[in-house]
Design a protein around this ligand. Structure first.
Ligand SMILES: [Zn+2]
Ligand SMILES: [Zn+2]
Length: 490
């Protein structure tokens, strides 16, 4: 038995209970004390005046890529092509490969992607995969070109940039040639980063959104090697295989549409910066209706990547059809849900459909003169990432990073949620905490997570400052996470 004491424990339960001591045994909370108890024969752990919350959960990540790329070059801060080349040059070779991620060509002074030829000068002898910040395009060098088998011949004027299916095929080739041990290593790196980020549970998408089974069983069999509770999603369309693997869910970033950045997100009204373009739906209505139904009837929760209002409406509609035929409490997910119409919101409320969203997207791209306003126009930019509207409508909202796309750090994510560019969509500190704790547990269908309470898992996150008093997550530090019976200082 362990007694954690000398801290303020916010239960985040419906009664807003606050405790002074928590007794745990073998990863389970045995008792919560309103005043610090005097117990004999227990190990006493002094949390030194810290503020403790239920363990934070990130409800949507690509932790394999996040872990893998964390060992490669992070280009998020690059502002010129020469900085890009330097960062790639300094990064280590992983297996036989070089990886780079987080490139936003709009932030480079040249405002363009590097070419294969330019990358060959930096990495002449290893295949290189350089992914755009949204993951929807990548650039490869000549060595990579030689190992990737594309389904269709590349354009004659190909200079290294890949989109859509070719982007997936390139990433897939790199990821699938890693050994099992390298894959586990990537998850171990992700595990460590999750702890440092203040997380005790992380939902992670496994597979490449194509029809690949990839390494779902490998990770499932090795879950005991990780401290973080990874919640696994087989990210593909094969319902039988998901059932065979014992999964409770299917999908993830299986794509209903693409991204605003590549003008592939499906809109009902044309792009502001390209009046001829409406983006595109990647599948027909019937495809989603039949896929969702086959998962739904087998009690699998479904998650689908939907960015534009047209794609969101399409997938919501498939969920509605399944729910009308046979109502269930599966909380099917609209992932990203960036530009949701009022009609879709009403249906999500009525048919128990959840929203799994990324506050960091607004932080990076919201505001009057930033990316959303440029591609969508200000009127629609004001309708992006509608966190408060969604909560007020009574729709289940879970917070997430889409890591490796944005940072996994929970303080940065929660701060983004309370400082939305659109004042009307800002969450309170308490709401921001809930979308990463109790709401995440509801999304997962985990009855023993998300609050600090007797008989719940001992998952807790220990902070140096009290965000509820400070009304901010800034100038705060993640001191430790408590998970599966262990206190891990970070
Ligand atoms: Zn994703
Ligand atoms: Zn996605």
């Amino acid at each position: 038995m362990k007694l954690y004491f000398n801290a303020r424990f916010y239960s985040m339960d419906d009664q807003d209970n606050i405790y002074q001591g928590i007794l745990v045994d073998k990863g389970i909370i045995k008792e919560c004390y309103k005043t610090s108890p005097n117990l004999a024969d227990v190990e006493k752990i002094d949390l030194q005046g810290a503020y403790v919350f239920p363990g934070f959960t990130d409800s949507h990540t690509h932790s394999f890529e996040g872990g893998l790329y964390s060992m490669g070059a992070d280009l998020q801060e690059a502002r010129s092509l020469s900085e890009v080349y330097d960062l790639i040059d300094e990064s280590p070779v992983i297996g036989n490969y070089k990886f780079a991620f987080g490139l936003d060509e709009n932030k480079l002074k040249e405002k363009r992607f590097p070419t294969s030829e330019e990358l060959d000068r930096v990495v002449p002898n290893n295949p290189l995969l350089l992914r755009r910040i949204d993951g929807h395009s990548c650039v490869i060098n000549t060595q990579a070109l030689e190992i990737i088998k594309f389904p269709q011949a590349l354009a004659k004027d190909f200079t290294g940039l890949l989109n859509k299916e070719n982007n997936d095929v390139a990433a897939h080739t790199f990821h699938n040639t890693l050994t099992d041990e390298a894959i586990i290593e990537a998850y171990q790196a992700a595990d460590k980063i999750a702890q440092k980020s203040g997380l005790t549970s992380v939902h992670t998408m496994i597979g490449d959104a194509q029809y690949s089974y990839n390494h779902f069983p490998l990770i499932q069999d090795n879950l005991a090697r990780f401290t973080t509770n990874f919640v696994l999603y087989p990210q593909f369309f094969d319902v039988d295989k998901a059932l065979e693997a014992g999964s409770k869910r299917i999908g993830g970033c299986i794509l209903a549409d693409g991204s605003f950045g590549s003008h592939t997100a499906a809109l009902t009204r044309a792009y502001n910066d390209d009046p001829t373009c409406l983006g595109s739906l990647y599948q027909e209505d019937d495809f989603w209706t039949s896929f969702v139904w086959s998962a739904h009837k087998n009690n699998l929760q479904v998650g689908v990547h939907c960015i534009g209002d047209k794609a969101i409406a399409q997938v919501v509609n498939a969920y509605v059809k399944a729910q009308e035929k046979d109502p269930k409490d599966l909380k099917h997910q609209i992932i990203h849900n960036e530009l949701m119409s009022d009609e879709s919101l009403a249906l999500m409320q009525k048919y128990n459909i959840s929203a799994v969203m990324q506050p960091m997207f607004d932080h990076l791209w919201g505001g009057d003169n930033l990316f959303y306003a440029k591609v969508l126009g200000i009127d629609r930019a004001l309708k992006t990432n509608r966190f408060k509207t969604i909560l007020e409508a009574g729709v289940l909202l879970a917070g997430s990073s889409d890591w490796y796309i944005t940072t996994l750090n929970i303080l940065d994510q929660a701060q983004a949620a309370i400082s939305h560019h659109n004042l009307a969509e800002r969450l309170s500190v308490k709401e921001a905490i809930k979308i990463y704790t109790s709401n995440a547990a509801k999304l997962e269908g985990a009855g023993n997570k998300g609050i600090i309470a007797k008989n719940y898992l001992d998952n807790m996150t220990v902070l140096s400052q009290d965000p509820l008093i400070n009304n901010s997550f800034l100038n705060n530090q993640i001191k430790a996470v408590i998970v599966s019976g262990d206190l891990i200082n970070v």
